[in-house]
Write a protein that binds this ligand. Structure first.
Ligand code: ADP
Ligand code: MG
Length: 238
């Protein structure tokens, strides 16, 4: 579970093609980072995979199934945004439970998943608080908790740490990497920060103007950047 394939995927907004034909294979359990400058199409690509935007042409398959006609909520993917998107009037517990309540999941199962997510994210003591009573890092953990309880085939992160200060970012980076190890679930992580890319990724996808410049492990890209654009982004000496 969690294998995602893009074949000849394009996306246009009106007359503007922001994603020219693109192929990409993401293996089950892999931590893939999309990196590239602002406006290069990272969020668009993630939203296409999530089904929040329709592809203009091509195919996306998730675990071998064509995703075209599968609505976002049924794709088995959980998206985590930089803006947290928490409900301010609800407790942490209710925020985390929200997708399960929508799915009318059995209450005992909801409670089990909440306890598990809270334990994994160090939120056990904060379940009865409101988001306004939490730090930025804790809010981001609640947003991740809300994704975990869905037990998704893949997590999609769109610059989840860009609202946090530098010190907190380092800690959250470690927490997300730890979570990936523990869950062994596919994660796609969008960032424009090369340090995040280099330290978190199994595989880095370097994007430029909607196309893939290079794909490889951090070490491969560092040692063998295909061009100066990749080298510049990866911080390689070439
Ligand atoms: P990134 O996340 O890498 O900063 P985006 O995926 O947000 O880049 O944007 C890629 C390009 O697509 C940009 O040129 C942006 O202006 C354009 N774009 C994104 N969303 C829309 C939209 N809903 N309508 C029109 N253009 C869009
Ligand atoms: Mg973006």
């Amino acid at each position: 579970m969690g294998q995602i394939t893009l074949q000849n995927v394009t996306k246009s907004f009106g007359d503007v093609e922001v994603i020219p034909p693109l192929d990409l294979d993401i293996q089950d359990g892999e931590f893939t980072v999309f990196v590239g400058p602002s406006g290069c199409g990272k969020s668009t690509l993630l939203r296409l995979i999530a089904g929040l935007e329709d592809i203009t042409s091509g195919h996306i398959s998730i675990d071998g199934n064509d995703a075209t006609d599968i609505p976002p909520a049924k794709r088995g993917l959980a998206m985590v945004f930089q803006s947290y998107a928490l409900y301010p009037h609800m407790s942490v517990r209710k925020n985390i439970a929200f997708p399960m309540r929508m799915a009318k999941m059995d209450q005992a199962e909801q409670d089990r998943r909440i306890e598990q997510a809270a334990a994994a994210l160090n939120l056990t003591d904060y379940l009865d608080r409101r988001p306004g009573q939490l730090s930025g890092g804790q809010r981001q953990r609640v947003a991740i908790g809300r994704a975990i309880v869905r037990e998704p085939a893949a997590f999609l992160f769109d610059e989840p740490l860009s609202n946090l200060d530098a010190a907190l970012r380092v800690g959250m980076r470690l927490e997300i990497s730890e979570l990936h190890k523990r869950l062994a679930t596919t994660m796609i992580y969008v960032t424009h920060d090369q340090v995040e890319a280099m330290t978190m990724a199994d595989k880095i996808v370097v994007l430029r103007a909607g196309h893939i410049e290079q794909v490889g492990s951090p070490l491969e890209l560092y040692r063998n950047p295909r061009n100066t654009f990749v080298a510049g982004f990866i911080g390689s000496p070439k």
